[in-house]
Design a binder for this molecule. Structure first.
Ligand code: ADE
Length: 237
């Protein structure tokens, strides 16, 4: 799967994507991540990418031409790509959206700075995403978040094929608690059931933990989950 990024700060992407699981996936050729300097698409000696807002007000606005040229270039390089704009006004990104984006062959991320994009740029992208109801200084960190969440769903990126399927949110519930050695740590013990070797009982315990955790910590998710899947016989919540 190919990821391409248009940004005024492409260097921001080098460290996070050269390490650990994503770094290895790039090395193995399972995914490709390339960054493009938006300024390269600006004209004139100074390659200006921002300007003052019509109508007055604080801050600067990203000029439409360089962003539009960048998007056109990306569409030429990756005709099958979905072009995504990162903005706090976008659709809320979540695990279901990550799965949807992972079904594409290529994704192009357009990262803004300053007060945002000239409104007319919106008509040239396929989707707009926000990573949460807060405002960051630019779209780069949000793009990294989305790329990381999508890349780990690409087959082969996570060593253990099962591990993405058990994540928090993958089935609409939070994950069950994990333990490793030692069996006792500062007076806290690993639950007996996990030492029992009875996998049917362990699965049932983990499922119960998932449900209880989600209900206690994320009543919003719990409500959604229950609307999608009415309680099965014998399981009380
Ligand atoms: N750019 C600035 N803040 C953002 C956010 N929360 N999500 C996506 N893009 C952004």
């Amino acid at each position: 799967m190919q990821f391409a990024v248009l940004s005024l700060f492409p260097e921001m992407f080098s460290s996070p994507f050269s390490q650990s699981i994503i770094g290895k996936a790039v090395e193995k050729g399972l995914i490709g991540i390339e960054t493009h300097q938006l300024r390269d698409y600006a004209e004139g000696r100074h390659q200006v990418t921002d300007d003052t807002p019509y109508g007055g007000g604080d801050g600067m606005v990203m000029k439409p031409e360089p962003v539009w040229r960048g998007i056109q270039d990306m569409r030429q390089r990756y005709p099958q790509a979905k072009v995504v704009l990162m903005t706090p006004q976008g659709r809320m990104f979540n695990q279901a959206e990550a799965r949807h984006l992972a079904s594409h062959e290529a994704l192009v991320f357009v990262c803004g700075r300053y007060e945002g994009f000239d409104e007319r740029i919106r008509s040239y992208v396929d989707a707009e995403y926000s990573i949460g109801d807060y405002v960051l200084t630019g779209g780069e960190l949000p793009a990294m978040v989305v790329i990381d969440a999508v890349a780990r769903l690409v087959p082969g990126v996570l060593g253990n094929a099962g591990s993405a399927g058990q994540d928090s949110h993958s089935d609409g519930l939070l994950e069950f608690p994990h333990y490793t050695r030692p069996v006792e740590f500062n007076g806290q013990h690993v639950p007996e059931i996990l030492l029992s070797g009875n996998h049917a009982h362990i699965d049932a315990w983990r499922n119960k933990q998932q449900r209880e955790r989600t209900k206690a910590r994320r009543p919003d998710l719990w409500q959604q989950y229950m609307q999608q899947q009415p309680p099965q016989d014998g399981i009380k919540d």
